[in-house]
Design a protein around this ligand. Structure first.
Ligand code: TMP
Length: 209
């Protein structure tokens, strides 16, 4: 692949989406070709799958169904959007990718990180991000931020209790141990401007390697 595939990960309220948009603008101003996208979603079919998964009324959704739907959305997103953009030489900044499934479905839902890795290997073959940034904030603080941000969409996973979000946090620690060279941690408790600055520098360091 010619471009660079960079993913943003973290629990709820870590601020990664605002940081992603801001860093993308900075990179574009510096003349880098950038594509921003998100999971689940990014293209029409996957956005429809997103609606299905996150619909607050779908409380009966089975955990394995959820895991398969995320993987299906990821497959389509990769083929239709991510790979073509990388072949054109873009830096692709993606809000969540496989690590979210490993952590949320594999660990927090208890389906097993290895099982979810297998499903996703079928969906995306060996394709993994070049760099992953983990936005580190204690779950209780992240949830406080969400509660303060009334304009944010509330989805089915936001209805989970604090223990689920704590499991998500623990899951990310395991994933970091598993992929130490790919995943870099950003302190997301700092001010938004400081987090943006750290993120931008980390991406430039990666691009100049
Ligand atoms: P977002 O709030 O970052 O847009 O993500 C939507 C929700 O979907 C969030 O609660 C995390 C969850 N999610 C998973 O559980 N597994 C996945 O594979 C992905 C991509 C997201």
């Amino acid at each position: 692949m010619v471009g660079q595939f960079i993913t943003f990960e973290g629990g709820e309220g870590a601020g990664k989406t605002s940081v992603l948009n801001s860093v993308a603008n900075q990179l574009i101003e510096e003349g880098y070709p950038v594509l921003t996208t998100r999971e689940p979603g990014g293209i029409q079919i996957a956005e429809k799958i997103r609606e299905l998964i996150l619909d607050r009324t779908h409380t009966e959704m089975d955990a394995r169904t959820e895991a398969l739907l995320y993987a299906a959305a990821r497959r389509q997103h990769l083929i239709e959007r991510i790979k073509p953009a990388l072949l054109e030489g873009n830096i692709v900044l993606c809000d969540r990718f496989i690590d979210s499934s490993l952590v949320y479905q594999g660990y927090a839902r208890g389906l097993g990180i290895d099982h979810i890795y297998e499903i996703n290997r079928f969906a995306i073959d060996q394709f993994m991000p070049d760099l992953t940034l983990f936005f580190d904030i204690p779950p209780s603080k992240g949830l406080e931020r969400i509660a303060a941000n009334k304009g944010r969409e509330q989805n089915r996973l936001d209805l989970e209790d604090l223990s689920f979000h704590q499991a998500v946090y623990q899951g990310y620690q395991l994933i970091k141990e598993r992929f130490p060279s790919r995943i870099q941690t950003i302190n997301a408790q700092l001010t938004l401007n400081e987090v943006i600055d750290l993120t931008y520098k980390e991406i430039l360091r990666h691009l100049n390697k």
